[in-house]
Design a protein around this ligand. Sequence first.
Ligand code: MRU
Length: 353
Amino acid sequence: MEPLQWADDALVIVDQTVLPHRIHRLTLDSVDGLCEAISALRLRGAPALGLGGAYGVALACRQAGDPGHPDYMQRVEGLAHRVAQARPTAVNLSWGVGQALEALRGHAGAQWSCLALERAIALHQEDRAACRRMSTLGAALVKHGGRYLTHCNAGPLATSGVGTALGVLLEAHRQGLDFEVLVDETRPLLQGARLTTLELMEAGIRVRLITDSMAPFAMARLGVDGVFIGADRIAANGDTANKVGSYGLALAARHHGVPFHVVAPLSTVDASCPDGGAIPIEERSADELRGHAGRTWALETVPAWNPAFDVVPADWIQDIVTEEGLLRPPFTISIAAVLAGTSKPLLKEGTQE
Ligand code: MRU
């Protein structure tokens, strides 16, 4: 199930808000439609948002009218800016928009539409390859007979490939390892319960669904050998923003001595954020906490705080699996090195540590 695909001059996505019970595809042929799909989490997950951003520039080029018009380039940039702003935390979104805009630089407006699409397709292929590399590297961290915990959805639906954190578990299973995965349901939109369990069960991996608040007790009572999460933005010092609940999970993991692994492509690293304090945190409607799909369980007037993400301090993270290798603390150094292209992966593909 490809979460997004370009077909007939439009972006076709799987509407992730109605999974797992329905597979409903939406054809997005305008920037407005794309922005709505991103804000409503129909298209979601940091790497998939990066691709959505790049395809969004291709849509912007088509929507901006006559490429010969003196305002064409300004219109495209204005529309692209709206896509980049559709959600604030996953840096991949503005990264994808920036990558596609970069491909247009120095070319005539008449070529923009094709060039933006070409760049988006290239990023799509690169993301798939990055997922493959991360999953192979990360699978070396999984042991036969273990029990692992994951949060939100960092699988194929969040990327164009096998996924990030979930890709690691899918690859370990493919290699023949048997283990169990505890899946946080993930408040408030239940991406874990709806999407992650679907992907793991389809692969034949043993799964148990838990609420987010059960995770610390699961570590104490059941025992957990590791936590694998994806990321929406990683600061230069390794502080990592991910779906809200990740902070509490990392705190509990630290208390119980459980290794906490982050799996993310380098497009998720934002070197311009020195630390997590500089990462913008999306705050969503209080209605998501008061009820769902027209049904409310809290008073409609109750005030609520609904941050969609939180930030895990770098000190609580054991390693960050990227497509360029496995980064270890101190992350300020390992991240700077990998971004400078000088790092040597600490774990080579196919090797066990
Ligand atoms: O709000 P979402 O569903 O877009 O949040 C997604 C997550 O937090 C994922 O864990 C993250 O994007 C990593 S994706 C591989």
